[in-house]
Design a protein around this ligand. Sequence first.
Ligand SMILES: *Cc1c(COP(=O)(O)O)cnc(C)c1O
Length: 386
Amino acid sequence: MRAWAEIDHDALRHNVGVLRAAAPNALLMAVVKADAYGHGLVEVARTVRDAGADWLGVALPQEALELRAAGDTGPLLCWLAVPGDPFAKCIVGGIDVSAYDERMLDEVISAAGEVGIPARVHLKVDTGLSRGGAMPPWEDFFARARQAEVEGAIEVVGLWSHFAYADQPQHPTVTAQVSRFEDAIARAQAAGLRPRLRHLANSAATLALPETHYDLVRPGIAVYGISPGPAVGTEEQLDLRPVMTLKSRLVMVKDLPAGVGVSYGHQYVTARDTTAGLIPMGYADGIPRAASGVGPVLAAGSVRPIAGRVCMDQVVVDLESAPAAAGDEVVFFGDARRGHPTATQWADLTDTIGYEIVTRLGPRVPRIAVGGQSDADAETEEEPDG
Ligand SMILES: *Cc1c(COP(=O)(O)O)cnc(C)c1O
């Protein structure tokens, strides 16, 4: 294989356990949007359910329907739909949907009417992120929802919101958002609604802000073993295990003389006679071009920065004459305990966040399961390989 991402299902299980312990009194919704943050939707979903996640959360209705098509039957919420998205299919599939305003609520109500099944709805309120969700004071929004509930078109199962600054747990907006959320809960109740699932906490809040757990927590990035931010803690401090290890192989190793430029634009110039290793991974695979000259790769026994520019399909590393040959494995990022660079280090060096490093990994890179998947998977995998 040219390149692959090992997905450690034991690490997934471990992280689910850490999150479960962090929020012992709340239901646990593992967020598996965006192909499980690049880790592979269906396989990750199976393992996290098996490891004790009560709910799964995705952004798109299409992601939720993909889970149902793959045989997933558990509690499932999707929360980001454009007009015309397949609400009716979601309702038939037993998928909870979200409404951000009265227009979206009306669309859900009419989809429920079409299929003759009440839609299970989580009402989204904006408490200060100024992204999705209805703006206070929510009077018409809640009244419309209650009316539809009385008419039997919907059941308001949830009331929820999202933080702007949970990754800085001391930030004053956190308490401001909590008090606005409390206000939304009170107003929903005054409107006659009884949402059983009030939810607000992402990974950072699940780990650092227990007072925000309410009935259900929605961690995403921590499930994958990546810290939501330095103010919450390092992976080591949070006892999170990186799930993805991104690997490739050397295509060739060759001698280079001192003083030659390497890769497009000759940004890197060899300091002495050396050896160069060619790695067949580039920005088409999700290696950020911003990692030119800095992205750390474990190759020939040491962590070495990418020499010069990241190309579409290739990068070069200066192997400094260390023993190496075509076919040798290299690691872009993985588990620090194994001496790998981490996704968080990659993010810090390229001015982004660990979320983007794993999520942007391209479709040319197969995801290979390692460790214990669910029992069902294990049975099929235990067949003799002939
Ligand atoms: C992505 C997302 C989450 C998970 O956030 P993390 O920071 O990855 O834990 C939770 N809730 C909503 C609405 C999201 O969009």
